[in-house]
Design a protein around this ligand. Structure first.
Ligand code: HEM
Length: 566
């Protein structure tokens, strides 16, 4: 170290300490910080050149390196220290240092399994990041997600790239704004909590749902007969169906999302899933998300956004010619309390949320329902077919919504699939003043989540065989004397102010599609299907990715003729 550079390096170390103190009070956007430090580096380099300091490049890099090292050391040291407000909460030691560990785990899709193991090891309160807690108690649900506490979504819900556009699902600019937007969406799905009657608004979606589901059956036949093995991937077909239906539900006729007919050459499906995966993993470190958003690899994930935005613009232009009452109708008619319309940029983003939210979970849950009932030794498929045949002897006639809602086995199968197939991670922020959850004080600003999967497979909530698919546990009498089925521990649609806006409609939709398929087809899994490996391949990172295809062989049942006009 030369005499000239020594003070510079001391200054770099000191400023590293101040940077850490400043960032603790005022978190800074990652992309702004990256630009700021690049400018600092250039300024330092220019100064060293002008001051004729030897080796200006090496000196500038070393100076900035020392600064960064000190800032990092202070950050990590504090997070690991006993002075951190979450120091008393147990958890893997290194995870305290950085949320990158949690982000990596989220990306793997096995977060729910690892968190479950860690809860078994450390207990119900688990520190899983510098500022993140996972809580595994049934009663924490009300505290974290209930309307009374109204904890906000954490920073992993920030709209990527800090877009000016605002949409439901993402972290909102204010509570009133979120409530207002949710009210508009809710109108479209309001009546879905009631039996579906013609006067209810949600019935506008029903003709499209029925038509698209008939198309799905035709798609099964076509894909199976085109395949050399006379088999087809049920998961892929259902994903394509759900995109086509979601496109129609959101844009009426103004879109050309026709995946059942054309396949998915643009990779919309995986694009949407990968974008969600990125949000869920990189989003755990919002500063990194700010930077990733500018990298071309991040941009490749936004194909779905571009397609949805283009369809939204077409929908707005052709509003006068639109006959179907779609979700866009509600957005276009809405006015704020000051009489303002929803900006087009917001509707474009809302459209992406709607397509992704409406298609992703529904298709995955239905696929998993078929996986479970076809691979189970309990002959659920045959039992369900019998229940449906008794209710709808015509097999291809109209399916009454009220009757579907009351069929015990159908609804038990859906509930059991949701229990095992929706291991969500939904972090919220503890508000000012902190919160006490199950007698433990949690400081304000902590990101806290319920360990939903652990709750859904806990023997205290579901007993016996909590890991097994046993639809009977939802039927009267459950799994026999002493069995437990705690419906309140099922967290598949979240709850409170940010509950899924289409929870009831999603149920109607799943019942309808499963019933239509089971009434029309005898299905079997292909020879050599490995049920355990399939289950291993269920990944969740806000979206669910099924790594293995679900190849089935379908046989149309006697008397099943699909109406010609589809
Ligand atoms: C099986 C099907 C479905 C499941 C399991 C499901 C689950 C969920 C969950 C857990 C959330 C909360 C997310 C969070 O807080 O991070 C949510 C929110 C949401 N869901 Fe669903 N959903 C389903 C179907 C649908 C459908 C069909 C739509 C229709 C558009 C939809 C639209 C939304 C929207 C807009 C939100 C955001 C609500 C808000 O932020 O206030 N979902 N959903």
């Amino acid at each position: 170290m030369s005499l000239t550079t020594t003070p510079l390096y001391y200054f770099a170390a000191l400023s590293g300490f101040f940077t850490w103190s400043f960032h603790r009070i005022h978190p800074v956007r990652g992309d702004y910080a990256a630009v700021f430090y690049t400018v600092c580096l250039l300024a330092l380099y220019a100064t060293t050149v002008i001051s004729k300091i030897p080796f200006p490049f090496t000196v500038s890099i070393t100076g900035m390196g020392i600064h960064a090292l000190f800032a990092l050391a202070c950050t990590v040291g504090y997070r690991l220290s006993p002075w951190h407000p979450l120091a008393s909460y147990p958890g893997p030691y290194l995870w305290r240092a950085s949320s990158l560990f949690l982000g990596r785990l989220s990306f793997s899709g096995r977060r729910h399994l690892v968190l479950d193991d860690l809860h078994n090891q450390y207990g119900p309160f688990l520190r899983i990041g510098p500022n993140q807690l996972s809580v595994n108690t049934t009663s924490s649900n009300i505290m974290i997600y209930g309307a009374a506490t109204h904890m906000e979504k954490d920073d992993s819900y920030i709209t990527p790239g800090h877009l000016d556009a605002l949409a439901l699902f993402f972290k909102s600019k204010s509570r009133d704004f979120q409530a207002e937007r949710k009210r508009i969406w809710t109108q479209a799905f309001t009546s879905s909590s009631q039996p579906l009657k013609p006067e209810n608004s949600v019935t506008h979606f029903i003709p499209a749902l029925e038509r698209r589901t008939w198309e799905l059956l035709i798609c099964f036949d076509r894909r199976q007969s085109d395949s050399p093995n006379q088999t087809f991937d049920l998961y892929e077909a259902l994903c394509h169906w759900s995109y086509d239906f979601a496109g129609e539900m959101v844009f009426g006729g103004c879109n050309d999302i026709e995946l059942m007919k054309r396949g998915d050459p643009e990779g919309l499906l995986m694009g949407g899933k990968n974008a969600t995966r990125l949000l869920d993993s990189v989003g755990q470190s919002p500063w990194l998300m700010d930077i990733a958003w500018h990298i071309p690899a991040g941009k490749a994930m936004v194909r779905l956004r571009d397609v949805a935005a283009a369809a939204m613009r077409r929908r707005v232009e052709s509003d006068a010619d639109t006959t179907m009452r779609d979700l866009s109708s509600y957005w276009l008619e809405a006015r704020s309390p000051h009489g303002e319309k929803i900006p087009l940029t917001d509707m474009e983003l809302d459209a992406v949320v709607a397509i992704q939210a409406a298609s992703d979970n529904t298709a995955t849950t239905i696929t998993l329902a078929f996986y479970f009932i076809l691979s189970s030794p309990q002959d659920y498929y045959q039992q369900l077919q019998k229940e449906l045949d008794d209710a709808f002897p015509g097999r291809t006639g109209p399916l009454d919504w009220d009757i579907l809602a009351k069929l015990p086995l159908l609804n038990a199968i859906i509930a059991e699939t949701l229990r095992l197939g929706t291991p969500f991670y939904l972090p919220r922020v503890v508000p000012k003043g902190g919160a006490t959850i199950d007698s433990r004080y949690i400081p304000e600003g902590t990101s806290v989540t319920i360990a939903a999967y652990s709750q859904q497979i806990s023997p205290q909530n579901f007993y016996p065989d909590p890991l097994g698919f046993r639809a009977e546990r939802w039927l009267p009498g459950g799994l026999g004397p002493g069995s437990i089925t705690n419906a309140a521990a099922l967290f598949s649609f979240s709850s409170g102010p940010y509950v899924c806006v289409a929870k009831a409609f999603a149920h109607q939709e799943m019942r309808y599609v499963i019933a239509r398929i089971v009434l029309a087809y005898d299905f079997q899994l292909t020879k050599g299907f490995n049920a355990a490996a399939y289950r291993e391949g269920i990944l969740n990172m806000r979206t669910t990715i099924l790594q293995e295809p679900l190849f089935v062989i379908g046989q149309r049942r006697p008397g099943v003729i699909i109406p010609e006009d589809h």
